[in-house]
Design a protein around this ligand. Structure first.
Ligand code: PLP
Ligand code: SF4
Length: 401
């Protein structure tokens, strides 16, 4: 590991995980290991296969470490038939023992509300299934495809847009046909951008992932490859030097990670992101706006500033899709707009994600912004700035030839 431990605030390694987690970690990069696993030696802890094998997946394991509420206990009992419970020890250490409102806990510990469905909620809110020319390949936009290469993740996000297929417990199964999908890309020269997602592609072995990347790179019209992954956050140990050396052979290769709260950016995660960045992989972040997790300007500002320090450019802030059982995590769009309004002009432009709603039923991502354009006609535009000051800009005359 090339963690720059010395420049960062060191972890107070004797305090219990819950106390340290309660500090919030809005600015400092700290390590919470070994936290709830004091008996595990570092060689094991740092082995990503150990992390996967020792995930928290049952009610008994949860209760061994956390004080659950009746609501959470009921949530775990219904989770098995919807989206599996699984949390890597690394990520589990970020959860506060006694606080059911812990922003990390809300993302990965099931709640009873997951079994409630409101009238607008759907199993496939983005209409992906109806845009699959071959199983596992979503072709919604003209020049790019979303390739769902696996249904497994290192940990499961309770609000996952693809919970209908992800983890294998839900109502559908993912039957990706790799040969058919590759053939489709090969025979569609308009596809210049392939996004590998799932599930999480970084759970593949280096060899399996390389097999896929090399097949894609052999297609001349595929200019751009990107991987969507939460592994650097859930399982930073997976970002090994060997993986980075392999990825580096397939440039231009970009990666979108998924961080929702500043506490997720631990010392280990920062080091993993730096290894990727040092391998020339440009990094973006996709956050989901979640009630009780990141639905206020202070948390969002802390998150995006920390991301920049990890060399990650905030890319999208998603309005939560209308996934079944997500009502307890929904945030009003007006709140999302207010958060963006509180960022634009007030902080580094690079730090500001584009807020989007993935239009229900398959309309794709639609940008949603505060309104800075007050008036517009053929002669002028009237705009306001981040401080509310109003300006007029004359429309350049478009003279006839
Ligand atoms: C999000 C998404 C993409 C990628 O969109 P970008 O705006 O280019 O990041 C591609 N296909 C599908 C189906 C998507 O949902
Ligand atoms: S990592 Fe992504 S695909 Fe996996 S459960 Fe979370 S949101 Fe869903």
């Amino acid at each position: 590991m090339n963690a720059p431990a010395l420049e960062e605030q060191p972890a107070a390694s004797t305090a219990p995980a819950a106390d340290k987690a309660a500090l919030g970690h809005t600015r400092a990069f700290t390590s919470l290991a070994p936290g709830y696993w004091p008996e595990v030696p570092p060689e094991q802890w740092n082995d990503w296969k150990w992390q996967l094998k020792n995930r928290v997946t049952s009610l008994a394991q949860l209760e061994q470490h956390l004080v659950l509420t009746p609501n959470e206990r009921a949530g775990v009992l219904v989770a098995g038939s919807k989206l599996s419970l699984a949390v890597t020890p690394h990520f589990f250490n970020l959860i506060e023992r006694d606080n059911p409102d812990c922003p990390i806990r809300r993302q990965v510990v099931p709640r009873f509300e997951e079994s409630l469905t409101t009238p607008f909620e759907m199993a496939d809110p983005c209409g992906e299934d109806s845009h699959m020319p071959v199983p596992g390949l979503v072709h919604r936009y003209p020049d790019r495809v979303l390739f769902l290469v696996t249904d497994r993740c290192a940990s499961y996000c309770r609000y996952c847009t693809r919970s209908r297929v992800v983890s294998g417990a839900g109502e559908q199964e993912l039957h990706t046909n790799f040969e058919e999908a590759l053939h489709y890309i090969e025979t569609h020269p308009e596809v210049r951008d392939v996004l590998l997602s799932g599930g999480d592609p970084l759970l593949f072995s280096d060899d399996k992932l390389e097999g896929l990347l090399s097949r894609l790179r052999a297609i001349e019209h595929v200019e751009f490859i990107r991987i969507g992954s939460r592994v650097p956050i859930f399982l930073p140990q997976r970002i090994t030097p060997a993986l980075c050396a392999m990825l580096q052979k397939y440039h231009p290769l970009w990666m979108s990670v998924h961080v929702n709260h500043p506490r997720e950016l631990t010392l280990e995660v920062k080091a993993a992101l730096e290894r990727l960045a040092n391998s020339g992989v440009p990094l973006g972040n996709q956050s989901v706006l979640l009630r009780g997790v990141n639905d206020n300007a202070e948390t969002m500002r802390a998150l995006i500033h920390k991301l920049l320090r990890c060399r990650v450019r905030p890319y999208y802030l998603y309005q939560l899709d209308l996934i079944k059982g997500s009502s307890h995590l929904q945030v009003p769009v007006s709140k999302g707009i207010e958060i963006i309004e509180g960022l634009r002009g007030h902080t580094t432009g690079y730090a500001i994600p584009q807020y989007v709603i993935d239009a229900p039923g398959g309309g794709g991502k639609v940008p949603v912004n505060p309104n800075y354009l007050i008036y517009h006609d053929q002669e002028k535009v009237v705009i306001r700035n981040y401080e509310g000051r109003v300006f007029e800009y004359p429309e350049p005359a478009v003279s006839a030839p």
